[in-house]
Design a protein around this ligand. Structure first.
Ligand code: HEM
Length: 442
Protein backbone atom coordinates (compact mmCIF):
# COMPACT_ATOMS: atom_id res chain seq x y z
CA UNK A 1 0.00 0.00 0.00
CA UNK A 2 1.62 3.27 -1.05
CA UNK A 3 2.16 5.83 1.65
CA UNK A 4 2.84 8.72 -0.67
CA UNK A 5 2.57 9.29 -4.38
CA UNK A 6 5.54 11.15 -5.76
CA UNK A 7 8.44 10.71 -8.16
CA UNK A 8 10.30 8.79 -5.46
CA UNK A 9 8.99 6.79 -2.51
CA UNK A 10 10.97 6.15 0.58
CA UNK A 11 10.47 5.94 4.32
CA UNK A 12 12.44 9.17 4.55
CA UNK A 13 12.56 11.64 1.71
CA UNK A 14 13.37 15.26 1.16
CA UNK A 15 11.02 16.87 -1.27
CA UNK A 16 10.94 20.57 -2.01
CA UNK A 17 10.81 22.23 1.38
CA UNK A 18 9.82 19.21 3.43
CA UNK A 19 11.76 16.41 4.96
CA UNK A 20 9.31 13.53 5.33
CA UNK A 21 9.48 10.50 7.60
CA UNK A 22 7.38 7.37 7.88
CA UNK A 23 7.03 4.44 10.21
CA UNK A 24 5.35 1.03 10.01
CA UNK A 25 2.88 -0.14 12.66
CA UNK A 26 2.69 -3.80 11.68
CA UNK A 27 1.98 -3.69 7.97
CA UNK A 28 0.40 -0.22 8.16
CA UNK A 29 2.63 2.68 7.08
CA UNK A 30 2.16 6.01 8.92
CA UNK A 31 3.39 9.38 7.74
CA UNK A 32 5.20 11.17 10.56
CA UNK A 33 4.56 14.90 10.61
CA UNK A 34 7.35 16.88 12.18
CA UNK A 35 7.19 20.38 10.72
CA UNK A 36 4.87 22.78 12.60
CA UNK A 37 3.72 24.23 9.26
CA UNK A 38 2.41 20.83 8.10
CA UNK A 39 1.01 20.21 11.60
CA UNK A 40 -1.02 23.40 11.17
CA UNK A 41 -2.34 22.31 7.75
CA UNK A 42 -3.29 18.84 9.01
CA UNK A 43 -4.91 19.82 12.30
CA UNK A 44 -6.44 23.18 11.38
CA UNK A 45 -6.24 24.69 7.88
CA UNK A 46 -6.98 21.56 5.83
CA UNK A 47 -8.79 19.66 8.58
CA UNK A 48 -11.50 18.61 6.07
CA UNK A 49 -8.93 16.12 4.64
CA UNK A 50 -8.06 14.75 8.08
CA UNK A 51 -11.30 14.46 10.03
CA UNK A 52 -10.75 10.91 11.30
CA UNK A 53 -8.51 9.60 14.08
CA UNK A 54 -8.51 6.01 12.89
CA UNK A 55 -9.41 4.50 16.27
CA UNK A 56 -11.00 1.07 16.12
CA UNK A 57 -14.72 0.84 16.95
CA UNK A 58 -17.58 -1.45 16.10
CA UNK A 59 -21.35 -1.24 16.63
CA UNK A 60 -21.36 -4.72 18.17
CA UNK A 61 -19.29 -3.29 21.06
CA UNK A 62 -21.40 -0.24 21.98
CA UNK A 63 -18.91 1.37 24.37
CA UNK A 64 -16.30 1.56 21.61
CA UNK A 65 -18.40 4.07 19.63
CA UNK A 66 -17.72 7.53 21.07
CA UNK A 67 -16.31 10.95 20.25
CA UNK A 68 -12.68 9.78 20.31
CA UNK A 69 -13.30 6.98 17.79
CA UNK A 70 -16.18 8.20 15.63
CA UNK A 71 -15.44 9.23 12.04
CA UNK A 72 -16.57 11.80 9.46
CA UNK A 73 -20.07 13.24 9.69
CA UNK A 74 -21.06 10.96 12.60
CA UNK A 75 -18.20 12.44 14.63
CA UNK A 76 -19.04 15.98 13.49
CA UNK A 77 -22.69 15.71 14.58
CA UNK A 78 -21.70 14.24 17.94
CA UNK A 79 -19.05 16.91 18.48
CA UNK A 80 -21.59 19.69 17.83
CA UNK A 81 -24.00 18.05 20.26
CA UNK A 82 -21.46 17.69 23.09
CA UNK A 83 -19.62 20.99 22.71
CA UNK A 84 -22.33 22.68 24.79
CA UNK A 85 -21.47 20.38 27.71
CA UNK A 86 -17.97 21.84 28.17
CA UNK A 87 -18.48 25.62 27.89
CA UNK A 88 -17.03 27.96 30.57
CA UNK A 89 -20.55 28.59 31.88
CA UNK A 90 -21.13 24.84 32.36
CA UNK A 91 -17.76 24.47 34.08
CA UNK A 92 -18.67 27.31 36.41
CA UNK A 93 -21.97 25.63 37.22
CA UNK A 94 -20.16 22.37 38.00
CA UNK A 95 -17.41 23.97 40.10
CA UNK A 96 -18.95 23.17 43.50
CA UNK A 97 -19.28 19.50 42.55
CA UNK A 98 -15.53 19.37 41.77
CA UNK A 99 -14.66 21.26 44.95
CA UNK A 100 -16.69 18.85 47.10
CA UNK A 101 -14.50 16.03 45.85
CA UNK A 102 -11.41 17.42 47.61
CA UNK A 103 -12.61 16.23 51.04
CA UNK A 104 -11.01 12.78 50.68
CA UNK A 105 -7.78 14.32 49.38
CA UNK A 106 -7.62 16.76 52.32
CA UNK A 107 -7.99 14.01 54.95
CA UNK A 108 -5.44 11.76 53.24
CA UNK A 109 -2.83 14.53 53.14
CA UNK A 110 -3.55 15.52 56.73
CA UNK A 111 -3.02 11.96 57.92
CA UNK A 112 0.23 11.48 56.02
CA UNK A 113 1.59 14.87 57.20
CA UNK A 114 0.89 13.91 60.83
CA UNK A 115 2.60 10.55 60.40
CA UNK A 116 5.35 12.08 58.23
CA UNK A 117 4.87 9.14 55.87
CA UNK A 118 5.74 8.78 52.21
CA UNK A 119 2.84 9.55 49.91
CA UNK A 120 2.54 7.60 46.67
CA UNK A 121 1.30 10.62 44.76
CA UNK A 122 0.19 8.69 41.66
CA UNK A 123 -2.16 6.68 43.87
CA UNK A 124 -3.47 9.68 45.83
CA UNK A 125 -4.05 11.77 42.67
CA UNK A 126 -5.77 8.79 41.05
CA UNK A 127 -8.18 8.48 44.00
CA UNK A 128 -9.00 12.20 43.94
CA UNK A 129 -9.61 12.10 40.16
CA UNK A 130 -11.76 8.98 40.53
CA UNK A 131 -13.92 10.86 43.04
CA UNK A 132 -14.07 13.94 40.82
CA UNK A 133 -14.85 12.21 37.51
CA UNK A 134 -17.02 9.63 39.24
CA UNK A 135 -19.12 12.40 40.67
CA UNK A 136 -19.11 14.73 37.64
CA UNK A 137 -19.44 12.21 34.81
CA UNK A 138 -21.42 9.41 36.46
CA UNK A 139 -23.09 11.10 39.38
CA UNK A 140 -21.67 8.39 41.65
CA UNK A 141 -20.04 9.06 45.04
CA UNK A 142 -16.97 6.85 44.91
CA UNK A 143 -15.32 7.79 48.24
CA UNK A 144 -12.16 6.19 46.96
CA UNK A 145 -10.07 7.32 49.92
CA UNK A 146 -12.36 5.32 52.22
CA UNK A 147 -12.88 2.42 49.82
CA UNK A 148 -9.56 2.33 48.00
CA UNK A 149 -10.57 -0.06 45.26
CA UNK A 150 -14.09 0.85 44.15
CA UNK A 151 -15.41 -1.26 41.32
CA UNK A 152 -15.52 1.83 39.21
CA UNK A 153 -11.76 2.39 39.46
CA UNK A 154 -11.00 -1.30 39.05
CA UNK A 155 -12.93 -1.21 35.77
CA UNK A 156 -11.03 1.91 34.68
CA UNK A 157 -7.73 0.16 35.35
CA UNK A 158 -8.90 -2.87 33.40
CA UNK A 159 -9.58 -0.78 30.28
CA UNK A 160 -6.39 1.24 30.43
CA UNK A 161 -3.67 -0.82 32.04
CA UNK A 162 -4.50 -4.43 32.78
CA UNK A 163 -4.62 -6.66 29.74
CA UNK A 164 -4.77 -10.44 29.78
CA UNK A 165 -3.71 -12.54 26.79
CA UNK A 166 -7.14 -12.33 25.10
CA UNK A 167 -7.26 -8.54 25.56
CA UNK A 168 -3.81 -8.23 24.00
CA UNK A 169 -4.85 -10.39 21.07
CA UNK A 170 -7.98 -8.27 20.53
CA UNK A 171 -5.93 -5.08 20.73
CA UNK A 172 -3.39 -6.45 18.27
CA UNK A 173 -6.16 -7.47 15.83
CA UNK A 174 -7.99 -4.15 16.10
CA UNK A 175 -4.83 -2.14 15.41
CA UNK A 176 -3.29 -4.28 12.70
CA UNK A 177 -6.38 -5.75 11.00
CA UNK A 178 -9.26 -3.36 11.78
CA UNK A 179 -11.46 -4.36 8.83
CA UNK A 180 -11.33 -8.10 9.56
CA UNK A 181 -11.77 -7.32 13.28
CA UNK A 182 -14.94 -5.34 12.57
CA UNK A 183 -16.34 -8.20 10.47
CA UNK A 184 -15.75 -10.82 13.15
CA UNK A 185 -16.81 -8.47 15.99
CA UNK A 186 -13.50 -8.18 17.85
CA UNK A 187 -14.09 -6.19 21.05
CA UNK A 188 -11.94 -3.29 22.19
CA UNK A 189 -13.73 -2.93 25.53
CA UNK A 190 -13.79 -6.05 27.72
CA UNK A 191 -17.25 -7.60 28.21
CA UNK A 192 -17.17 -7.28 32.01
CA UNK A 193 -16.28 -3.57 31.77
CA UNK A 194 -18.96 -2.94 29.18
CA UNK A 195 -21.63 -4.66 31.29
CA UNK A 196 -20.62 -2.72 34.41
CA UNK A 197 -20.78 0.72 32.79
CA UNK A 198 -23.96 0.03 30.81
CA UNK A 199 -25.73 -1.07 33.96
CA UNK A 200 -24.47 1.54 36.42
CA UNK A 201 -24.99 4.53 34.12
CA UNK A 202 -28.40 3.45 32.84
CA UNK A 203 -29.52 2.75 36.45
CA UNK A 204 -28.47 6.27 37.47
CA UNK A 205 -30.19 7.87 34.46
CA UNK A 206 -33.38 5.91 35.09
CA UNK A 207 -33.30 6.79 38.79
CA UNK A 208 -32.95 10.51 38.08
CA UNK A 209 -35.66 10.48 35.46
CA UNK A 210 -38.11 8.56 37.63
CA UNK A 211 -37.48 10.63 40.76
CA UNK A 212 -36.99 14.01 39.10
CA UNK A 213 -33.52 14.29 40.60
CA UNK A 214 -31.22 16.91 39.06
CA UNK A 215 -27.50 17.38 39.76
CA UNK A 216 -24.89 19.79 38.51
CA UNK A 217 -22.74 17.34 36.57
CA UNK A 218 -21.80 16.14 33.08
CA UNK A 219 -24.28 13.27 33.22
CA UNK A 220 -27.13 15.72 33.84
CA UNK A 221 -26.12 17.71 30.76
CA UNK A 222 -26.25 14.57 28.64
CA UNK A 223 -29.64 13.64 30.11
CA UNK A 224 -30.84 17.16 29.21
CA UNK A 225 -29.59 16.72 25.63
CA UNK A 226 -31.49 13.41 25.47
CA UNK A 227 -34.67 15.03 26.78
CA UNK A 228 -34.43 18.05 24.49
CA UNK A 229 -35.35 15.84 21.54
CA UNK A 230 -31.81 15.42 20.17
CA UNK A 231 -31.31 11.81 19.18
CA UNK A 232 -29.16 10.18 21.85
CA UNK A 233 -29.76 6.53 22.60
CA UNK A 234 -28.98 5.10 26.04
CA UNK A 235 -26.05 3.12 24.56
CA UNK A 236 -24.63 6.27 23.00
CA UNK A 237 -25.07 8.23 26.20
CA UNK A 238 -23.27 5.53 28.21
CA UNK A 239 -20.45 5.31 25.62
CA UNK A 240 -19.82 9.06 25.76
CA UNK A 241 -19.88 9.13 29.57
CA UNK A 242 -17.55 6.12 29.60
CA UNK A 243 -15.19 8.03 27.29
CA UNK A 244 -15.23 11.08 29.56
CA UNK A 245 -13.99 8.81 32.33
CA UNK A 246 -11.31 7.11 30.20
CA UNK A 247 -10.13 10.37 28.60
CA UNK A 248 -10.26 12.48 31.72
CA UNK A 249 -9.05 10.16 34.45
CA UNK A 250 -5.37 9.32 33.89
CA UNK A 251 -4.62 12.51 31.94
CA UNK A 252 -5.70 14.80 34.79
CA UNK A 253 -4.37 12.57 37.53
CA UNK A 254 -0.90 12.32 35.92
CA UNK A 255 -0.80 16.08 35.30
CA UNK A 256 -1.53 16.76 38.99
CA UNK A 257 1.13 14.24 40.09
CA UNK A 258 3.80 15.47 37.71
CA UNK A 259 3.27 19.12 38.68
CA UNK A 260 3.74 18.21 42.36
CA UNK A 261 6.82 16.19 41.45
CA UNK A 262 8.36 19.14 39.55
CA UNK A 263 7.47 21.52 42.39
CA UNK A 264 9.11 19.22 44.93
CA UNK A 265 12.33 19.58 42.91
CA UNK A 266 11.99 23.37 42.69
CA UNK A 267 11.32 24.79 46.15
CA UNK A 268 11.75 28.42 44.99
CA UNK A 269 9.15 28.02 42.26
CA UNK A 270 6.89 26.19 44.69
CA UNK A 271 7.09 29.20 47.06
CA UNK A 272 6.37 31.56 44.16
CA UNK A 273 3.30 29.58 43.19
CA UNK A 274 2.08 29.29 46.78
CA UNK A 275 2.44 33.06 47.20
CA UNK A 276 0.27 33.65 44.14
CA UNK A 277 -2.38 31.19 45.30
CA UNK A 278 -2.56 32.72 48.80
CA UNK A 279 -2.65 36.31 47.47
CA UNK A 280 -5.49 35.56 45.08
CA UNK A 281 -7.47 33.62 47.69
CA UNK A 282 -7.09 36.53 50.11
CA UNK A 283 -8.90 38.74 47.59
CA UNK A 284 -11.70 36.16 47.51
CA UNK A 285 -12.36 35.82 51.27
CA UNK A 286 -9.96 32.86 51.37
CA UNK A 287 -12.51 30.80 49.42
CA UNK A 288 -11.62 28.67 46.40
CA UNK A 289 -14.04 29.96 43.79
CA UNK A 290 -14.21 29.59 40.02
CA UNK A 291 -13.17 33.23 39.53
CA UNK A 292 -10.28 32.95 41.99
CA UNK A 293 -8.94 29.90 40.13
CA UNK A 294 -9.15 31.77 36.83
CA UNK A 295 -7.04 34.61 38.30
CA UNK A 296 -4.11 32.34 39.17
CA UNK A 297 -1.93 32.93 36.14
CA UNK A 298 1.27 31.33 37.42
CA UNK A 299 -0.68 28.19 38.33
CA UNK A 300 -1.82 27.95 34.70
CA UNK A 301 1.78 28.42 33.54
CA UNK A 302 3.04 25.70 35.90
CA UNK A 303 0.48 23.21 34.57
CA UNK A 304 1.25 24.14 30.95
CA UNK A 305 4.94 23.57 31.59
CA UNK A 306 4.19 20.18 33.16
CA UNK A 307 2.13 19.25 30.10
CA UNK A 308 5.03 20.32 27.86
CA UNK A 309 7.59 18.16 29.68
CA UNK A 310 5.13 15.33 30.43
CA UNK A 311 2.39 15.35 27.75
CA UNK A 312 -0.35 12.81 28.50
CA UNK A 313 -0.49 11.65 24.88
CA UNK A 314 2.90 11.47 23.17
CA UNK A 315 1.38 11.38 19.68
CA UNK A 316 -1.72 12.64 17.85
CA UNK A 317 -3.13 10.71 14.92
CA UNK A 318 -5.29 11.58 11.95
CA UNK A 319 -6.29 9.63 8.83
CA UNK A 320 -6.20 11.25 5.40
CA UNK A 321 -9.78 10.95 4.08
CA UNK A 322 -9.23 12.43 0.57
CA UNK A 323 -6.03 12.49 -1.54
CA UNK A 324 -4.08 15.51 -0.28
CA UNK A 325 -1.20 17.41 -1.87
CA UNK A 326 1.32 18.70 0.65
CA UNK A 327 1.96 22.42 0.11
CA UNK A 328 5.12 23.53 -1.67
CA UNK A 329 5.87 19.99 -2.83
CA UNK A 330 4.80 17.45 -5.45
CA UNK A 331 3.94 14.90 -2.75
CA UNK A 332 0.41 13.56 -2.51
CA UNK A 333 -0.70 11.78 0.65
CA UNK A 334 -3.06 9.03 -0.46
CA UNK A 335 -6.56 8.63 0.94
CA UNK A 336 -6.48 6.15 3.81
CA UNK A 337 -2.96 7.01 4.97
CA UNK A 338 -2.70 7.51 8.74
CA UNK A 339 -0.55 10.39 9.99
CA UNK A 340 1.20 10.67 13.31
CA UNK A 341 2.25 13.92 14.96
CA UNK A 342 4.93 13.54 17.59
CA UNK A 343 3.83 15.72 20.50
CA UNK A 344 6.76 14.57 22.64
CA UNK A 345 9.15 15.31 19.77
CA UNK A 346 7.86 18.87 19.35
CA UNK A 347 7.73 19.51 23.11
CA UNK A 348 11.36 18.43 23.57
CA UNK A 349 12.84 19.99 20.44
CA UNK A 350 15.63 22.38 21.54
CA UNK A 351 14.95 24.51 18.45
CA UNK A 352 11.61 25.57 20.00
CA UNK A 353 12.30 24.92 23.69
CA UNK A 354 15.93 25.54 24.69
CA UNK A 355 17.17 23.20 27.43
CA UNK A 356 13.96 21.19 26.90
CA UNK A 357 14.14 18.91 29.94
CA UNK A 358 14.26 21.83 32.38
CA UNK A 359 10.87 22.58 33.99
CA UNK A 360 10.33 26.35 33.91
CA UNK A 361 6.82 27.85 34.01
CA UNK A 362 8.21 31.20 32.79
CA UNK A 363 8.28 29.73 29.29
CA UNK A 364 4.52 30.38 29.37
CA UNK A 365 4.62 34.00 30.52
CA UNK A 366 2.55 36.35 28.30
CA UNK A 367 5.71 37.76 26.77
CA UNK A 368 7.30 34.40 25.97
CA UNK A 369 4.00 33.11 24.59
CA UNK A 370 3.96 35.94 22.01
CA UNK A 371 7.38 34.92 20.68
CA UNK A 372 6.68 31.22 20.46
CA UNK A 373 6.49 29.29 17.19
CA UNK A 374 2.87 28.19 16.77
CA UNK A 375 1.85 24.50 16.89
CA UNK A 376 4.86 23.44 18.97
CA UNK A 377 2.76 22.99 22.13
CA UNK A 378 0.02 20.42 21.68
CA UNK A 379 -0.94 18.82 25.03
CA UNK A 380 -4.63 18.96 24.08
CA UNK A 381 -4.12 18.57 20.32
CA UNK A 382 -5.44 21.39 18.15
CA UNK A 383 -8.07 22.29 15.56
CA UNK A 384 -11.70 21.12 15.43
CA UNK A 385 -10.79 17.71 16.88
CA UNK A 386 -8.81 18.91 19.89
CA UNK A 387 -9.59 17.82 23.46
CA UNK A 388 -13.20 18.72 24.21
CA UNK A 389 -12.65 18.26 27.97
CA UNK A 390 -9.68 20.63 28.24
CA UNK A 391 -11.41 23.08 30.58
CA UNK A 392 -12.67 20.37 32.85
CA UNK A 393 -9.28 18.61 32.93
CA UNK A 394 -7.52 21.85 33.87
CA UNK A 395 -10.16 22.71 36.43
CA UNK A 396 -9.92 19.48 38.41
CA UNK A 397 -6.11 19.63 38.23
CA UNK A 398 -6.02 23.23 39.48
CA UNK A 399 -8.44 22.53 42.32
CA UNK A 400 -6.27 19.61 43.53
CA UNK A 401 -3.08 21.70 43.38
CA UNK A 402 -4.62 24.68 45.20
CA UNK A 403 -6.04 22.41 47.94
CA UNK A 404 -2.58 20.86 48.42
CA UNK A 405 -0.26 23.86 48.15
CA UNK A 406 -2.20 26.19 50.44
CA UNK A 407 -1.67 23.79 53.35
CA UNK A 408 1.50 21.80 52.64
CA UNK A 409 5.12 22.17 51.56
CA UNK A 410 5.93 19.32 49.19
CA UNK A 411 9.33 17.63 49.06
CA UNK A 412 10.68 14.57 47.30
CA UNK A 413 11.09 11.41 49.39
CA UNK A 414 14.50 9.70 49.12
CA UNK A 415 12.50 6.58 48.24
CA UNK A 416 11.76 8.00 44.76
CA UNK A 417 14.09 6.66 42.12
CA UNK A 418 14.98 9.25 39.49
CA UNK A 419 15.03 9.66 36.57
CA UNK A 420 11.45 8.47 36.64
CA UNK A 421 11.41 7.02 33.12
CA UNK A 422 8.31 6.39 31.05
CA UNK A 423 6.35 3.17 30.95
CA UNK A 424 6.51 2.25 27.23
CA UNK A 425 3.42 0.00 27.39
CA UNK A 426 0.73 2.53 28.30
CA UNK A 427 -1.31 4.74 25.96
CA UNK A 428 -1.59 7.62 28.45
CA UNK A 429 1.70 8.74 30.04
CA UNK A 430 2.71 6.75 33.12
CA UNK A 431 6.13 6.85 34.76
CA UNK A 432 8.20 3.68 35.16
CA UNK A 433 9.03 4.42 38.81
CA UNK A 434 6.54 5.39 41.50
CA UNK A 435 6.75 8.93 42.90
CA UNK A 436 6.92 9.31 46.69
CA UNK A 437 6.47 12.76 48.21
CA UNK A 438 6.48 14.24 51.71
CA UNK A 439 3.80 16.71 52.77
CA UNK A 440 4.76 19.06 55.58
CA UNK A 441 2.08 21.26 57.14
CA UNK A 442 2.76 25.00 56.76
C1 HEM B 1 -5.16 17.23 31.62
C2 HEM B 1 -6.17 16.59 31.11
C3 HEM B 1 -6.34 16.18 29.68
C4 HEM B 1 -5.40 16.06 28.65
C5 HEM B 1 -3.91 16.36 28.72
C6 HEM B 1 -6.12 15.63 27.47
C7 HEM B 1 -5.54 15.41 26.23
C8 HEM B 1 -6.23 15.09 25.07
C9 HEM B 1 -5.63 14.94 23.77
C10 HEM B 1 -4.15 15.12 23.44
C11 HEM B 1 -6.61 14.62 22.89
C12 HEM B 1 -6.47 14.37 21.38
C13 HEM B 1 -6.63 15.69 20.66
C14 HEM B 1 -6.32 15.67 19.18
O1 HEM B 1 -6.31 14.59 18.57
O2 HEM B 1 -6.13 16.77 18.59
C15 HEM B 1 -7.86 14.54 23.64
C16 HEM B 1 -9.10 14.25 23.09
C17 HEM B 1 -10.24 14.14 23.82
N1 HEM B 1 -10.39 14.39 25.18
FE1 HEM B 1 -8.94 15.03 26.46
N2 HEM B 1 -7.45 15.46 27.79
C18 HEM B 1 -7.62 15.78 29.11
C19 HEM B 1 -8.80 15.76 29.83
C20 HEM B 1 -10.02 15.39 29.32
C21 HEM B 1 -11.26 15.35 30.07
C22 HEM B 1 -11.39 15.71 31.54
C23 HEM B 1 -12.23 14.92 29.21
C24 HEM B 1 -13.71 14.71 29.44
C25 HEM B 1 -14.33 14.83 30.55
C26 HEM B 1 -11.60 14.72 27.91
C27 HEM B 1 -12.27 14.29 26.79
C28 HEM B 1 -11.69 14.16 25.52
C29 HEM B 1 -12.44 13.76 24.34
C30 HEM B 1 -13.93 13.42 24.30
C31 HEM B 1 -11.53 13.75 23.26
C32 HEM B 1 -11.86 13.42 21.81
C33 HEM B 1 -12.35 14.70 21.10
C34 HEM B 1 -12.76 14.49 19.64
O3 HEM B 1 -12.22 13.61 18.96
O4 HEM B 1 -13.63 15.23 19.19
N3 HEM B 1 -10.27 15.00 28.02
N4 HEM B 1 -7.59 14.85 24.97
Amino acid sequence: MPLLSSSSQNSSLTNGLWHLEGVFMGIQPYLIVIDPEIVKDVLIKDFQYFTDRGVYHTESDPLSVHLFSQDGSTWKNARIKFTSVFTSAKMKAMFETVLNCTEGLKSALEESAEQMSDVDILEVAARYTTDSIGSCAFGIECNSFKHPDPEFRRMGRKVLDEFNLMDRLNLFMSIYAPKISQKIGVRSVQKEVSKFFLKSVSDTVNYREKNNVRRKDLLQMLIDIRNSGDSLSMNELVAQVFLFFIAGFETSSMTTSMTLFELSNNQKLQEKLRREILEVLKKHDNKITYDAVAEMKYLGQAIDETLRVWPSLSTLTRVCTKDYKLKNSDVTVDKGTPLMISVSGLHHDPEYWPDPDRWDPDRFSEENKQNRQLLTFLPFGDGPRNCIGLRFGLLQTKVALITTLTKYRVTLSPKTITPLGRDPETFVLTTKNRIYLHFEKI
